[in-house]
Write a protein of this length. Structure first.
Length: 293
């Protein structure tokens, strides 16, 4: 994966700088201003990395702008449910997840990586800092349904990029759970998730999964990274997810029901990762047999 150009690198460093500023903000209005500025910086960085067809990037920007404006308006008005819906739209959580699947799939690899990792941080800070203002019951219902929908999309996916985008929708819920558990848990989850995602996208060439048939090293790297992101022990993502669920469940009245559905749909996510991994192994094995014959 070709990394940042000199121009986009400057935008990226400026974006990181604004993230540090946001950690020190305790006023909602100042935080919201930084949130919008960081979105503009991300768009400037992404624009320099797109080679053609900017319609997906423009649609992404419009949706982010609408959601941010709604967050501001409903915070001022004091409508908790509408404020929560605006935050869910910004994070592409149910019922606002379809736009993300249709747009982000065709992003360049670098933009796809940043949109799935660093770009989510300000919105997740919004959840973490202004958590008391959210509609808690609706938030957790959306988290559960999002994991379910994302895992179903993964199970029926035969393309690596669409699998990654579908898992990103489901992992939005896990990001929220981890940051509600603690900032430290979220930091570790983001770190390991970013590393393994970068390893996959760094090997990805084109929009199909056929790239893994070209070289054996790429195949093994992608396979290990998929298993790591899936959260299969002993990889650290497994322990971080379990810790997140257990810590958040203390704040929920029906904690046993919440844990049951979260773990059930997590199994569906594992099936999606494992289904693609086994098909990957089978394709490479068949290809090698043809080469030897």
């Amino acid at each position: 994966m070709v990394f940042l150009t000199p121009q986009s690198f400057l935008f990226f460093m400026l974006y990181i700088l604004f993230l540090f500023f946001m950690l020190c903000v305790d006023s909602f209005y100042v935080f919201w201003a930084f949130l919008e500025i960081s979105t503009l910086i991300f768009m400037g960085m992404s624009y320099s990395l797109f080679k053609n067809n900017f319609s997906q990037l423009l649609t992404f920007f419009i949706i982010q702008t609408i959601s941010a404006f709604s967050v501001l308006v409903f915070y001022i008005v004091g409508w908790n449910l509408a404020f929560t819906l605006s935050v869910l739209l910004k994070l592409s959580i149910f019922p606002f997840h379809f736009w993300y699947l249709n747009i982000v799939t065709f992003f360049p690899n670098v933009v796809l990586f940043i949109s799935r990792t660093f770009f989510k941080i300000p919105s997740l800070f919004l959840v973490y800092i202004f958590y008391p203002f959210l509609s808690i019951s609706f938030l957790f219902v959306s988290i559960i349904i999002t994991i379910f929908i994302g895992s179903l999309s993964m199970v029926f996916s035969n393309d690596l990029r669409f699998l990654l985008v579908s898992s990103s929708v489901a992992n939005n819920s896990w990001f929220i759970l981890s940051i509600l558990a603690s900032a430290l848990v979220f930091s570790f989850y983001l770190l390991f998730y970013s590393i393994f995602l970068f390893l996959i996208l760094n090997s990805l060439e084109g929009l199909s999964s056929s790239f893994v048939l070209k070289t054996s090293p790429s195949f093994h790297l992608v396979l290990i990274s998929l298993v790591a992101i899936a959260g299969i022990p002993p990889f650290p993502v497994f322990f971080i997810k379990i810790l997140s669920v257990l810590r958040v469940s203390f704040y929920i009245l029906e904690s046993s029901i919440f844990i049951f559905f979260i773990m059930l749909f997590r199994v569906f996510m594992l099936l999606g990762y494992l289904k693609y991994s086994f098909s990957l192994i089978f394709d490479v094995y068949i290809t090698q047999q043809h080469i030897f014959l």
